[in-house]
Design a protein. Structure first.
Length: 423
């Protein structure tokens, strides 16, 4: 594989899909100025001309205008040189080309545009076991089209005609920057999942606690993400599609708090293997906001029989120190009283720990050893006392994250650059 060097030739980035993550990734990478050209596959005609693509690109209901995002509120529009025939435009000095002919990755033609790294933001090609010629399309199809590396902006899902228990291919890996980013081996891995926004936040909440307390002391963990709406939900109520089991996602996100599921617990064990030793439950609640989400993390610790119990200040000190030691600034700690809009767009922050709301409570848990599984009767009969009390501390921590630009897209940008640096 020819090694890419920034100073030797122009660097090009491919983005497949132009929804929330695709569009905001364009904003991020135009602002970063690492790539000289960005090629975006739309897969179909958009509006009546390239002017309509520029209109969509320049405005965002959550983050405002592109020129304001890049240069502040006094800036002038930054999109110019629109060319209908080539499907290209210039955005703040960066050439951006839009492809409008094929949705199947194998037919996109990255080779024709010199694209070697593709970020697939469609959410459609999440099974790394599918062959490149799969009828429904596959992440591996990008290789047939000329790409050498593919980053998927979502957790892997092994399905689509394969055994769901099939092992992850050796050339595929899931990483969260700042947690297991070094698990990526440039000599071996060609498909990289950047996990999800929730897993990214959760991993940065869990890792400092595991490093400090160890897994043996953590009896159980649970989390609920109070999550902003996503594109998979409906503006107004509508009938579910054939075979759909979650009837709530078809209810209006504008009018409802909606209970749903999250794969964060499963994905978390891929980036923090120690989580396999901890009983963990993860749930999700969707709310009517455009971005800005919150994880409520609850841990149960086995406390010491003597000495001081685990207290709020200890938990906060763990996070405070971890934030101070984080060279990338992915973990932030604050004792301010925030609301969700306060953290929208906050750059690079995988999580903002709301130290003001950390809570702990210690109580004795009574255990009857006669009912404990695995203890032989002769051992139990030799005991003078079979009822014991163990101190357990329950702690509740809150972590904010901007599930779109602030957290996920900015960290995805770091993942992109780190891979290019090793190509």
């Amino acid at each position: 594989m020819e090694k890419i060097k920034k100073n030797d030739r122009k660097l090009k980035l491919g983005i497949n899909g132009f929804g929330r993550i695709g569009k905001l990734s364009l904003w991020h990478n135009v602002g970063r100025k690492y790539f000289d050209e960005i090629v975006i596959n739309l897969g179909r005609e958009i509006g009546s001309s390239i002017d309509d693509i520029a209109h969509y690109t320049e405005r965002d209901s959550t983050y405002g205008s592109l020129h304001g995002f890049l240069h502040g509120h006094k800036a002038e529009p930054v999109i110019s040189d629109l060319d209908e025939k080539s499907g290209s435009m210039t955005i703040d000095g960066v050439k951006v080309r839009f492809l409008r002919s094929s949705r199947n990755p194998a037919n996109i033609g990255w080779r024709d545009y010199g694209v070697k790294l593709v970020v697939d933001t469609t959410g459609q090609f999440l099974d790394p076991t599918l062959p490149p010629d799969h009828p429904g399309g596959s992440a591996r199809g990008h290789f047939e089209a000329g790409a050498e590396k593919v980053i998927v902006s979502a957790p892997f899902k092994i399905k689509g005609g394969t055994d769901s228990s099939e092992a992850m291919p050796d050339d595929s890996v899931t990483t969260v920057m700042g947690i297991n980013g070094n698990d990526y081996d440039p000599r071996r891995h060609v498909i990289i999942s950047n996990a999800s926004c929730t897993t990214t936040c959760l991993a940065h909440m869990m890792k400092p606690l595991i490093n400090y307390f160890g897994t043996q002391k953590i009896l159980s963990a649970s989390m609920a993400t109070v999550h902003a709406a996503t594109g998979s939900q409906e503006v107004l109520d509508r009938l579910p599609g054939e075979g759909k089991k979650d009837l709530r996602k078809n209810r209006s996100i504008m009018n409802n708090i909606i209970l749903t599921t999250t794969g964060a617990a499963r994905t978390l064990s891929l980036v923090i293997p120690e989580m396999e030793q901890i009983g963990f439950i993860a749930e999700s609640v969707r709310i009517p906001t455009s971005t800005g989400s919150l994880i409520i993390l609850v841990l149960n610790f086995q406390d010491e029989l003597s000495g001081g119990s685990i207290r709020r200040e200890l938990i906060n000190n763990v996070y405070r120190q971890a934030a101070s030691d984080d060279p990338d600034g992915y973990l932030l700690y604050t004792e301010k009283q925030n609301v969700s809009s306060d953290i929208i767009g906050l750059p690079r922050a995988a999580v903002i720990i709301e130290g003001h709301e950390t809570h702990t409570r210690t109580a004795d848990v009574t255990i009857d050893l006669k009912k404990a599984p695995g203890l032989e009767k002769n051992i139990i009969s030799s005991l003078k006392q079979t009822i014991i009390k163990i101190p357990v501390t329950q702690s509740v921590m809150y972590g904010w994250y901007d599930n779109e630009m602030g957290s996920y897209v900015n960290i995805l940008g770091d993942r992109i650059v780190s891979i290019v640096e090793n190509m």
